[in-house]
Design a protein around this ligand. Sequence first.
Ligand SMILES: *Cc1c(COP(=O)(O)O)cnc(C)c1O
Length: 483
Amino acid sequence: MSNSKDSHIRKIRKLEAEAIQLDPSSQTRTELQKDVLRYSNDFLDNLSNLPTYNQDGYDLDSFAPDEFIDEPTSADKLLKYVEDHVHQPGINAASGGHMGFIPGGGVYTAALGDYLAAVFNRYAGVYFAAPGAIKMENALIRWTGKLLGYAGDFAGNIASGGSIANLIAITTARNAHGIRGKDYEKTVIYYSEQVHHCVLKDLRVAGLDECVLRQIPLNRSYQMDAGILEKQILEDRASGLSPFLLIASAGTTDSGAIDPLDRLGDISREQNLWFHVDAAYGGYFMLTEEGSKKLNGIAKSDSVVVDPHKGLFLPFGTGIVIVKKASHLRHAHDFKANYMQDTDSFDQELSPADASPELTKHFRGMRMWLPLRLHGIAPFRACLDEKLELARYFYREINLLGFETGPSPELTVVLFRKTDERRNENEINQRIARRILEDGTVFLSTTTINGVFWLRVAILSFRTHLREVDLMLDRLREFSQAN
Ligand SMILES: *Cc1c(COP(=O)(O)O)cnc(C)c1O
């Protein structure tokens, strides 16, 4: 008996000796940190000389086959692999030259927060497990909500991004209005043509794509036409349908247009609609005086989404949903399970697990809290004001270069295109976009609105300053002349 116990212990010890490699010694940690820090510091020190876009590396053949083998590989070798195969190809999203889609940049101090969160590995799903972490996340949500003008008993969740945050809001709205499958046929949802596609995806995920979906036309500034909306709601009621949800955009991705939030808020109240605002892009402009005027009415919403990985320049993976009545959010998401019974009595604070589909989650609050406290809020506000000015600057200068422009920028997206009566304009502009990609110094993206092909810049990376905007203008001057 004791013999067999001894041999069992020997077996366990042998496994332990090998498993313990997963827990590096202080000395090994220091060496690994040095390697990683040297690599990341070199990257940041050279960033302004690196291309913003690199077309190479898209063919799978150029990838060295990655090996998952029993033996360890040196950090040097792995970092080299990352440099060649991950950092080089595609969009350099950390670069200030990135003005495509909606950039953010990824402030460095957030990476330090991520590092700490991963090292502690606090279980940020339930209050019982990590009261400090949950209080921190809820404080960030409260700060964001107050910034948007929310007061009283609101609550939210720090999700992975705007898409999941919008899904949480839509699910909450459905539950709050008690809408069941059998009601879908008569239930109406309103949004503009310019709603972000993730909202439509979320409706599908929630099963709500079986409702009556009303795409409200835009006015000349690409905002939802509130007059048409109002008429549509009345018509729908008259024909026996049930208007349920109005989804507005506060900063559309295509053009940065802000739907008339104040008016839409009033219509929603009069018509008993759930009013959701997707402010993933525009929300944090509330930090600026200009933004808070333009987003007037956002506080009339029942739920709202903002993306700190856009407007607060955090690394990708952070989107916040806020719901005006905490109970609505909780009722749509909380759940009990026997193996979670020990956590039940600890619910003074709303736990993230009761406010989202997630249970185990990354402690995302840490990456947001550390930068906000380390830098203070002022540089974030200045950075957003700088972007508003840069967008106006770009708009003026691109006009002077002879490009046609879309509406004057509401936030920091500018639409523009080269016009030529004698030639196919869409083709000309596609060629300019291609030349920018091939060149790679700076990056922009394109869109099509009402069949018209537009070049667009979105100035939101915290590293986009006058230098980068001038570089963009230089390239556009060069490539439009070459046509
Ligand atoms: C980016 C964006 C989204 C989607 O958010 P993700 O964080 O990419 O999931 C939704 N709405 C708007 C207006 C956006 O700009």
